[in-house]
Design a protein around this ligand. Structure first.
Ligand code: ATP
Length: 373
């Protein structure tokens, strides 16, 4: 069976969320600056960026806790710009979880349903459904202070899903968990989301978390979206230097275009003699200054084969041994330091490379991406 076209590539797909030219400023600070974005039903969409880039403000705009200064917001085809938070088909899970300390787990989950005046039997069924979904049946009668961090996180999730919102907004949902639990919970949350099909929009500053969990993500900087894409496309084809450096590590090599022909561009690197030949669909004019973003794992150590896309010789300045991989910092004479990662296939003691060694590095035509900005 042919793989299903993802909705963001389907011109007929109807988005669940449409953010259309939205701006929100606080005095001189443009927290969200003319942002447009479509999110489709069933997505787990991440807003990713450093502290202060505006991701929480964008989430709060969707929830209705902030009003835009310009632009419109649509959810499920309805213009919700002027609709208050409680009347939107949306729920928000806060980083603090905001559980009511004096209520039991089941009372916490039932709270929103009671406010909506749902019938008592229906509430009981819904709470039971949520306890089962989150596998917390045995915690139903406990109070929040009798729960671990991970259990509190599940209760908060159960409470925010209880009303079956069309859209769940999550502000750093795993921020309060320690690293091991966080990694485990990332997979659980994705499985849960797939099971129930609710659309999730999640704020995170953790790129690994966004990479692991998202269908797509938006990389933000200073109130603006720099790139929207799947984790793979953002990692493999960053739109610019900012995205290349924010998502994963990247060597940025300055170069000038010599010629472009047959889907290949020939470049002169600024800092060493020789040429780079990189795959490049869009034509580039000779003389254009570009940056090649080269991921450390795409750089190989050893004698370059004929037809390598790029090659350079350098001296090992540093080796960081991380157990599964080692990171080599290789200094090109009078040039940049190039980071190379290698999987440690043999024990460290048996590895031939050490500090001060002169080594050859190379990469393929598709090992790097040519960036114009
Ligand atoms: P973090 O990861 O630190 O939570 P963020 O990306 O979520 O950051 P926002 O909280 O959206 O960023 O803030 C974006 C910018 O808007 C920041 O410069 C912040 O100081 C400013 N800002 C946000 N809310 C207000 C407010 N109520 N009044 C004034 N400035 C605000």
């Amino acid at each position: 069976m042919a793989p299903k076209t993802p909705p963001w590539q389907d011109p007929d797909a109807i988005p669940l969320v449409r953010i259309d030219g939205v701006t929100r400023h606080f005095g001189d600070v443009y927290a969200v600056d003319d942002v447009s974005l479509d999110i489709y039903p069933g997505e787990l969409f991440s807003l990713l960026g450093p502290s202060g880039c505006g991701k929480s403000t964008l989430l709060r705009l969707l929830a209705g806790f902030e009003r835009p200064d310009a632009g419109r917001l649509f959810i499920d085809g309805v213009d919700v710009t002027d609709i208050p938070p409680y009347a939107r088909p949306v729920n928000m899970m806060f980083q603090s979880y905001a559980l009511f300390p004096h209520m039991s787990v089941e009372q916490n989950i039932a709270f929103g349903l009671k406010q909506d005046r749902m019938a008592r039997a229906a509430i009981r069924d819904r709470v039971g459904e949520m306890l089962t979904l989150l596998k917390i049946e045995q915690l139903a009668r406990r109070k929040p202070d009798q729960l671990s961090g991970g259990q509190r996180q599940r209760v908060a999730l159960a409470r925010s899903l209880a009303k079956h919102p069309k859209l769940l907004l999550l502000d750093e949902p795993l921020g309060a968990l320690d690293r091991k639990l966080r990694e485990h919970t990332q997979f659980e949350l994705v499985n849960l989301q797939e099971q129930i099909g609710t659309t999730f929009v999640m704020v995170t500053h953790d790129q690994e978390e966004a990479m692991t969990m998202s269908s797509r993500m938006a990389v933000m900087e200073a109130g603006r979206i720099q790139q929207i894409g799947t984790p793979t496309s953002v990692y493999e084809y960053p739109a610019n230097r900012y995205c290349a450096e924010f998502i994963g590590a990247a060597n940025l090599i300055e170069a000038r275009v010599i010629e472009h022909a047959d889907g290949m561009v020939t470049l002169k690197p600024a800092d060493w003699d020789g040429e780079l030949v990189m795959a490049q669909e869009t034509p580039l004019v000779a003389g254009t200054q570009v940056t090649v973003a080269l991921r450390p794992e795409k750089v190989r150590i050893g004698t370059p084969p004929d037809g390598a896309g790029g090659r350079v010789r350098g001296r090992i300045e540093d080796i960081a041994y991380l157990g599964d991989i080692s990171i080599y910092h290789v200094r090109v004479p009078d040039g940049p330091r190039i980071q190379v990662t290698q999987t440690n296939l043999v024990p460290r003691a048996e590895q031939p490379l050490t500090w001060g060694d002169e080594i050859d590095l190379w990469w393929t035509h598709r090992g790097g991406v040519v960036l114009l900005s």
